[in-house]
Design a protein around this ligand. Structure first.
Ligand code: WT7
Length: 629
């Protein structure tokens, strides 16, 4: 692979990086290509199973693929107990810094203890295998403890990102029928306090299934505690029921581990379901090879545990690898734009994994901020969430990585659970390209009628081979699972992205082709924003689109038709922006609210967002023969 002549701007990894890497490129691709199941079986054998599987891949009920059927395991056991029982008992599993400068750390021993105690608390509240538990908080250790506690007893966790607000939380509580909500009193963001418990109280007024609310004290601000429903986490953790030991629930490989809601093309967010066995193997193996985790590494994924990136690569992946995971609560620029660089120096971070939007945001403050810090501990960098523009890539490479840290631009999705298109540290890189599918995976780029497109032509990105961490179904909606992902090109998984492949076989992601908008790497649906707008008493109809933005990648623009009797005004536009923030979350606040008298629609009444987009960008709207008016 390294001998090949590649076209365009190419960066070759250094001899040291290649020598250090777990991944030996030629060998790995060859082995996985020739024997996909053998490859994954080999990876799975590195983890603990109470009972070995009968079959690696069971495709008898496509597209409901099953992995490691007959196998018995538990991901929390592999994340904690395995290390506690070996030489990693006293190794740091988690290092945490709060935005306000507070610091905490957990060895594998203490993280297991805390999660066991909390698992016992959950059991005492009647939580059983298969029950759903919702977690809603900022980036704090209790989120990790809560997720691991659920996994330990076989409860299904549903984490709701702490940046979401009332309606998003309500919808997710209701859809998952959660009995228990674990919430923080608040969280620190940019020096301000977000009152999470207050938001939760409002959401709970709309949701009926929650019996118990466990409140983690983070900010200490006064909160409303409803008698008989709300309890303090720290008080429960001090009761005798919070025993230090908690038996592990032996799980079937295909038993659900978690659901995670993500925005889709239409309607309500979808609950993506992942399992104990396959997800565990996929996440373990991809992190090991791509970020080349070694025993003494300190690894920092700066995403939020409330998104799949955090699930797979702050919590499960690093712990499965016995690594030291670092978590930071707050904003990269608080109190100054050197906060991240200071953290890297202070904790000696070796691997940094973040999003293009964060890099672009920090780039704006100039090189002086990072240059003030010793970043020489860094060995590998990562990027995720949206395409990285070559300019940001080069800055990241030169200013942060000092031209010695390869950048792993990982393409994947909530649905894929693990990295899918990604470099390995042994590969030549091209800025802006995620390079190639992970060993053993086959992907393609198709035209409308399902034929592969030529080199450098744009088309629909599909996945042709199953993979262990793949989505199993949409919770409570298997039909939608089949329609959404497997019906456009039967047999192939439809990603919803468009992409092109160059003459060297390198993939270049262009972006979403559906009504999903990536704002600062966060995935939002036009439907959620629009339904928040129409829930306001002044709004008759609304449309949302994403338009290019320098730092955020895309920003939300909305068009609103007012109900009779309401007047257009700056004040009302601002009120509508705030309303979306209150219902969906601050990340969903539109950049602009424009009042219009009509919206472009098809004859069947569907809003033609592409026409709005073309108009806003001053482009030709293309084929508008289906336009009603
Ligand atoms: C969508 C999935 C997977 C973790 C974070 C996002 C976009 C993701 C990349 C990348 C170009 C990317 C795609 C994808 N995306 N990573 N490296 N290069 N685009 O997970 O919220 O489920 O979003 O994010 O459009 O479909 P998600």
């Amino acid at each position: 692979m390294s001998d090949q002549q590649l076209s365009g701007e190419v960066y070759y990894p250094s001899k040291e990086v290649i020598k250090h890497a777990h991944a030996k490129c030629d060998e790995l691709y060859k082995f996985a290509e020739e024997n996909l199941e053998g490859f994954w079986a080999k990876e799975a054998k590195e983890l603990h199973w109470f009972k070995k599987w009968n079959k690696v891949l069971d495709d008898s009920e496509k597209p409901f693929y099953k992995w490691f059927t007959g196998g018995k395991t538990n991901i929390a056991y592999n994340c904690l107990d395995v290390h506690v029982e070996t030489f990693r008992r006293n190794k740091l599993a988690l290092i945490w810094e709060g935005e306000n400068g507070e610091f905490r750390s957990f060895s594998y021993f203490s993280l297991r203890r805390e999660s066991c105690k909390f698992a016992n608390v959950l059991k005492s509240l009647g939580v059983q295998k298969g029950d759903r538990v919702t977690l809603y908080m900022g980036r704090i250790p209790e989120l990790m403890i809560g997720m691991l506690a659920c996994a330990r007893i076989g409860a299904i966790h549903s984490v709701v990102y702490g940046g979401f607000s009332v309606e998003s939380l309500h919808e997710r509580l209701e859809d998952s029928q959660s009995k228990v909500l674990i919430v923080a009193d608040g969280s620190y963001q940019r020096g301000k306090i977000v009152q999470l418990k207050k938001i939760a109280d409002e959401a709970l007024q709309r949701a009926a299934t929650v019996e118990s609310v466990l409140v983690v004290k983070r900010t200490g601000e006064p909160v409303n505690m409803e008698a008989g429903r709300d309890m303090w986490y720290h008080e429960l953790m001090n009761l005798p029921i919070a025993n230090n030991a908690c038996n592990i629930e032996v799980m079937d490989a295909e038993d659900p581990l978690f659901i995670l809601y993500t925005s889709g093309t239409t309607g309500k967010p979808k609950a993506i379901l992942h399992t104990h066995g396959g997800y565990m193997v996929g996440v373990y193996s991809t992190l090991k090879y791509v970020f080349d985790i070694h025993e003494d590494d300190r690894y920092w994924c700066a995403a939020d545990p409330g998104w799949i990136t955090g699930h797979s690569y702050i919590v499960y992946g690093p712990l499965l690898n016995g690594a030291t995971s670092f978590m930071y609560e707050g904003a990269p620029t608080h109190p100054y734009p050197n906060r991240w660089w200071q953290i890297i120096e202070k904790y000696g971070i070796n691997i940094l994994y973040t999003a293009p939007t964060a890099i672009r945001g920090l780039m704006r403050f100039g090189e002086a901020w990072p240059n003030r810090h010793d970043l020489s501990s860094l060995r590998i960098l990562g990027s995720v969430g949206e395409p990285i523009n070559p300019e940001a890539w080069r800055w990241y490479n030169r200013v942060i990585g000092k031209e010695k840290c390869p950048i792993m631009d990982t393409w994947w999705q909530t649905e894929t659970g693990m990295f899918m298109i990604t470099p390995l540290p042994c590969m030549p890189l091209k800025p802006g390209s995620g390079t190639k599918p992970f060993p053993g995976l086959q992907m393609d780029i198709l035209d409308e009628s399902g034929n592969p497109v030529k080199a450098n032509e744009e088309g629909f990105l599909v996945i042709k081979t199953p993979w262990p961490a793949m989505i199993r179904t949409l919770y409570n909606d298997p039909e939608r699972y089949v329609n959404q992902y497997w019906s456009k090109y039967p047999g192939y998984y439809l990603t919803g992205d468009s992409a092109r492949r160059d003459e060297d076989g390198y993939y270049w992601i262009i972006g979403r082709v559906d009504d999903v908008i990536k704002v600062s790497g966060y995935r939002l649906g036009t439907a959620e924003i629009e339904s928040a707008l129409v829930s306001h008493s002044a709004v008759a109809e609304a449309a949302a689109i994403g338009l290019p933005h320098d730092v955020k990648g895309h920003a939300i623009y909305t068009y609103v038709i007012l109900k009779a009797g309401f007047e257009k005004s700056e004040k009302l536009a601002e009120e509508l922006r705030q309303h979306v923030g209150h219902e969906v979350g601050p990340i969903a606040k539109p950049e602009s609210v424009e009042f219009v008298d009509s919206l472009p629609k098809t004859r069947s009444g569907k809003i033609m967002r592409r026409v709005l987009k073309a108009k806003a960008l001053g482009q030709d709207p293309g084929n508008i023969s289906t336009l009603e008016d």
